[in-house]
Ligand binder design. Structure first.
Ligand SMILES: *Cc1c(COP(=O)(O)O)cnc(C)c1O
Length: 396
């Protein structure tokens, strides 16, 4: 078959104009195919790099026990779910995983989704009608911002972690407040004690997206709420993902039995989508077993974070106010962030530059992520690569 080229035909969509404009602003994105590696390593075009870009915070993505559980699951249940969950795609392995998560996090009921993006969108879309209000942090994930702006409900965005601003916007009993456990580009945490106080006082519902806190923070890796000592009963909806610290893929939404039953009936992303493979649920179950007893990994990770922050500070770099494995190193201009990332790459260090529109204009950064799979020597290599800030900028 010959490929079909549409470029020289009249088109209702200005694809090339949009791409050229992005290129001119140094914002054009390109993908790089990787060749695996696992743990703290990454192979690209035959060369091995130290990986400081992944969200595999506990190094579980290539853990033998999880790979074995995935394989056994494939042997037992096949490669695919075969149907959406309300047809025949809901397997006992999914049911078991839901029960394990509910027990782990102290939730009444849990529902699995193929990914966090669709879980977030499903919840907002299923709950919020035009009579409702949605309040969300300005730095919330794209999946939340985007669905919020497309829904018929009114959306108010409050300044990042600004509880006074939120309190000023709240109206009693009108809808849902949503924020994140750990913010994905900044690594700082939402003030969950205060959020749950404001939600309770105003009789609104509260939802946490804990994609980056789950597995990393708190006793047994139960996440941001556990780490901050916040009663999960005051947070009506918890969303977490399996593709970050848990090292696999997929997501869940948890809360009351009524919430889950409602989503099973009204969440279109759930009802009309082929369920995640049962084998994947088996892998996630195994991962949770490991995560719950991974206190040593979490302690090692915390030591690496401290080591990196001290070292980068001594070199004169500005870091975000983050105590989590997400360590933004602020550079400013997109071009400078790209050049620094390129310089590190030449030294065998893979660190992604994050540019607008993912982050606000003028705050381009390196998003450095640490993992329990890194050693202290790995972190020292990164610090060597970052050199002195002044020297860094001369080379940029
Ligand atoms: C990664 C992420 C998601 C999306 O989860 P996926 O499973 O990757 O689709 C949602 N929210 C936040 C905060 C995230 O970082």
């Amino acid at each position: 078959m010959k490929p079909v080229y549409l470029t020289d035909k009249p088109s209702p969509f200005a694809l090339n104009e949009a791409l050229v404009a992005r290129e001119q602003d140094t914002l054009l994105r390109r993908r790089t195919p990787t060749e695996g590696g696992g743990g703290a390593r990454l192979r690209v075009a035959g060369r091995e790099y130290l990986n400081f870009s992944a969200n595999d915070y506990l190094g579980l993505g290539s853990h033998e026990a999880i790979k074995a559980a995935f394989k056994t699951g494939v042997d037992r249940y096949g490669a695919g779910a075969g149907a959406s969950p309300l047809v025949t795609g809901y397997n006992r392995a999914h049911q078991q995983l839901e029960e394990e998560i509910a027990y782990w996090l102290g939730l009444e009921a849990v529902l699995l989704f193929n990914c966090g993006f669709s879980a977030n969108q499903a919840v907002l879309k299923a709950l919020l009608g035009k009579e409702h209000l949605l309040w969300q942090d300005r730095l919330n994930h794209a999946s939340l911002q985007e669905m919020g702006s497309q829904l018929p409900c009114k959306m108010r965005r409050f300044a990042h972690n600004d509880m006074e601003a939120l309190e000023g916007q709240l109206e009693p009993g009108r809808g849902l407040i949503v924020s994140e456990g750990v913010f994905s580009m900044d690594g700082d945490q939402g003030p969950w004690g205060e959020l749950s106080r404001l939600a309770a006082q105003s009789h609104n519902w509260l939802m946490i997206d804990d994609a980056h806190g789950l597995g990393v923070l708190g006793p047994e890796g139960r996440g941001t709420l556990a780490a901050q000592g916040v009663d999960p009963a005051g947070v009506h909806i918890q969303m977490g993902t399996f593709g970050k610290a848990l090292g696999v893929a997929g997501a869940f939404v948890g809360g009351s039995r009524a919430l889950v039953d409602y989503l099973v009936n009204f969440a279109r992303h759930y009802v009309y989508s082929t369920h995640m493979p049962a084998a994947q649920a088996c892998a996630v179950s195994q991962s949770i077993t490991l995560v719950r007893t991974a206190d040593e990994s979490r302690a090692h990770l915390q030591q690496l974070i401290t080591r990196f922050r001290q070292g980068a500070g001594q070199l004169g770099w500005t870091l975000g106010a983050s105590e989590t494995p997400i360590q933004p190193l602020l550079v400013g201009e997109s071009r400078a962030a790209l050049a620094l990332s390129e310089r590190l790459r030449e030294r065998g260090l893979w660190v992604g530059a994050i540019r607008p529109p993912t982050v606000p204009a003028g705050t381009a950064r390196l998003r450095i992520t640490l993992s329990a799979a890194h050693s202290e020597q790995d972190v020292d290599c990164l610090l060597d690569g970052l050199g002195m800030r002044a020297e860094g900028l001369r080379h940029v």
